[in-house]
Design a protein around this ligand. Structure first.
Ligand SMILES: *Cc1c(COP(=O)(O)O)cnc(C)c1O
Length: 219
C-alpha cells in the first residue's frame, strides 16, 4: 500500500484554490504511509481511535497537527489533550466539561468543533440543532476550551440532493452561530462528497480513501 500521490496533489490543488484545509484521514494506515505523505509536505492528519493515535504519534514527527475525528469517550480525553490540535467530534456537554477539566489540568486551551447530526442515519453521533444552541449557551463556563466551529457528516447516499441539503443546513447553522462565537472552521466533506461539501461552504475536508486507498473495513 502506498499514498496515491497523483490523487493527493490534485486534491490539494483543488482545496488550495478554494481556501479549504485538507486533513488526511490516516486511520488503519501505517506509520510508513503517513510518513510518505508527510514527506510531500503534509502536516494535518486525522485519526478516529485514541489508542491507534497514541501508538502512531510517538513514531512520527512532532510537527504533525493531529486532528481527532472519532467518537471520543470522556475517560480518554486526558490521553490526547497534551498534544491534540483539534477535536472534531464533540457531541455532549459532558464531554465539553471533561475536555475543559483536562485542559485546565494541562494548562492549555483545547480547540474543539461541535459535531452536529445532519444525516438521516440513526447511527451517526452529534448534537441536534436545539442541543447545539444549548451547548453554545454554556460555553462561557468553559475557560480551557475553545469552540472553533462545527463538524458534520452527511448521509452515506448517492442522492446528491439529499447530501447537498444536509451540508447546506449545517452551513446555515454555522453562519448563524459564528457571529459572537469566533467560529472559523466548518468541517464537512469526505472522499465521496467533499466537492458537494465545498460547494456548500465547507472550509475543511477530511479525506482518507482518496489519498491512502480503501481501508479494510467499511466506514
Ligand atoms: C473515516 C472518516 C473520514 C474519511 O473517510 P473517507 O471516505 O475515507 O475519506 C472522514 N471523517 C470521519 C469522521 C471519518 O470517520
Amino acid at each position: 500500500m502506498a499514498v496515491n500521490v497523483q490523487a493527493y496533489k490534485e486534491l490539494l490543488l483543488y482545496c488550495e484554490k478554494r481556501l479549504v484545509t485538507l486533513v488526511a484521514v490516516s486511520k488503519t494506515k501505517s506509520v510508513e504511509e503517513i510518513h510518505e505523505l508527510y514527506n510531500l509536505g503534509h502536516r494535518d492528519f486525522a485519526e478516529n481511535y485514541v489508542q491507534e493515535l497514541l501508538e502512531k504519534k510517538d513514531k512520527l514527527p512532532q510537527d504533525i497537527r493531529w486532528h481527532f475525528i472519532g467518537h471520543l469517550q470522556s475517560n480518554k480525553v486526558k490521553l490526547i489533550v497534551p498534544f491534540v490540535f483539534l477535536i472534531h467530534g464533540v457531541d455532549s456537554v459532558k464531554l465539553l466539561s471533561e475536555i475543559n477539566k483536562q485542559g485546565n489540568r494541562a494548562g492549555k486551551i483545547i480547540n474543539c468543533l461541535l459535531q452536529v447530526h445532519i444525516s438521516t442515519e440513526e447511527t451517526k453521533f452529534g448534537f441536534d440543532e436545539n442541543e447545539v444552541n444549548d451547548a453554545v449557551s454554556k460555553l462561557s463556563e468553559f475557560s480551557h476550551l475553545r469552540i472553533k466551529g462545527l463538524m458534520g457528516m452527511a448521509s452515506f447516499s448517492n442522492d446528491e440532493n439529499l447530501v447537498r441539503n444536509e451540508f447546506s443546513k449545517l452551513k446555515k447553522l454555522f453562519d448563524r452561530l459564528k457571529n459572537g462565537n469566533d467560529f472559523q472552521v466548518l468541517s464537512m466533506g469526505m472522499s465521496g462528497d467533499y466537492n458537494i461539501a465545498i460547494d456548500e461552504g465547507s472550509n475543511l475536508v477530511r479525506i482518507g480513501s482518496l489519498i491512502f486507498g480503501e481501508r479494510n473495513y467499511p466506514r
